[in-house]
Design a protein around this ligand. Sequence first.
Ligand code: PXG
Length: 464
Amino acid sequence: MQDLTNHMETAALQTLDAAHHMHPFTTQTDLAARGARVITGGNGIWLRDSEGAQILDAMAGLWCVNIGYGRSELADVAARQMRELPYYNTFFMTTTVPALQLAAKLAELAPGDLNHVFFAGSGSEANDTNLRMVRTYWAEKGKPAKQTIISRWNAYHGSSVGSGSLGGMKGMHAQGGMPIPGIAHIDQPDWWSEGGDMSPDDFGLYCARQLEAKIDELGEDSIAAFIAEPVQGAGGVIVPPETYWPEISRICKEREILLVADEVICGFGRTGAWFGSQTMGLTPDIMTIAKGLSSGYQPIGGSIVSDEIAAVIGATEFNHGYTYSGHPVAAAVALENLRILEEEAIVQRVAEDTGPYLQQQFEALADHPMVGEARIVGMMGSLALTPDKTRRAKFAADAGTVGYMVRERCFANNLIMRHVGDRMIISPPLVITRAEIDELITRARRSLDEGMAAVKEAGLFTAA
Ligand code: PXG
């Protein structure tokens, strides 16, 4: 990897960062005391920091760098597009070549009759679009009372007021006046943490039937849509029991409500298919996309919608859009990213080769004394930490205390593996090789060992 030295000393960078840069989802004063790690470069699955350390990025950035870092083809395309046409909008009877080509390509890749794309700059924006689009759809169909959207606790759909309200993160709802009205939440299908004495299959049905119960409670003629991630990501990579999605699909078919699949993390190969909906066997009316669409090289998101919804929305003026909807540079970069994913058969490799290999290696971590379960779909996986796996016990310490301690060991071992509460999660670039998977697992095991030692030393290896 090229060694860039054209920046200030790390301490000076950290001081400037602490003085002026406000970080998302961060307690600024804590970070200022410790100093942010300054990431300066990347190649493949590897990052480099300002001290020259090589870090194995088992999170693909923020679940997005599917083709890995350092693909100069995307930089070339961006430079070419910036020279030719850096920006134009798609509002007033105009279009641009990259935007229309990307929409056509997405229509080709998306399943079923999802053939129309409304672009946004991010996943949050796209879910705001969805919120307004499903309500407008029903209003145009003569059913303006169908307004409420059902979502799930611990879901993540973004951080804007609309998408954050759709999400089910209670910590987010506690700040800034969320959720907005017209959104209802049901339980997540997290059998490990919430399944009690039920079998996973029974718990899957139990959770899915909460959707039916909520529709009955609020009245079918008031419900616009159900939104869910095929596999929850930010909530901790919650893989639903096998009974869950078939039952949700049955309910959505029988009741007059739209199904929005939030594919922001699951999309573009993450689960071993182009879309998580295909892996989990659901047929959405709308899919939210972002992240892997451009492998994070440019900010871009969107909603892929069915022929039926496009026809209804298309018959009126939909008073909605973003300055950067269909941004030509972002769209050109996304197209190049999709070309690489397709021509290098990366999704297929995840399905048939590296995905099954990672699964085998990752699931073997369940033999670690502090790991209760290891679940993985394609290349998104989660380890549930526990002081007593026979009882699926939670730690007596506040949720996240132990997860944070293990994460600290990952950080020290130059492995980016995050914690969500007391779960450890991975979502590596899809181009990870078998040898790199071995390295990831070696570092993860070492971090678990060291983490457990630290937990024991702190007297925290005790069940609630
Ligand atoms: N939907 C899903 C399923 C997501 O995971 C969004 C929507 C919002 O996308 P934007 O592009 O607006 O961020 C996301 C984003 C985390 C974490 O801590 C996850 C996300 C964002 C920030 C942090 O895992 N996912």
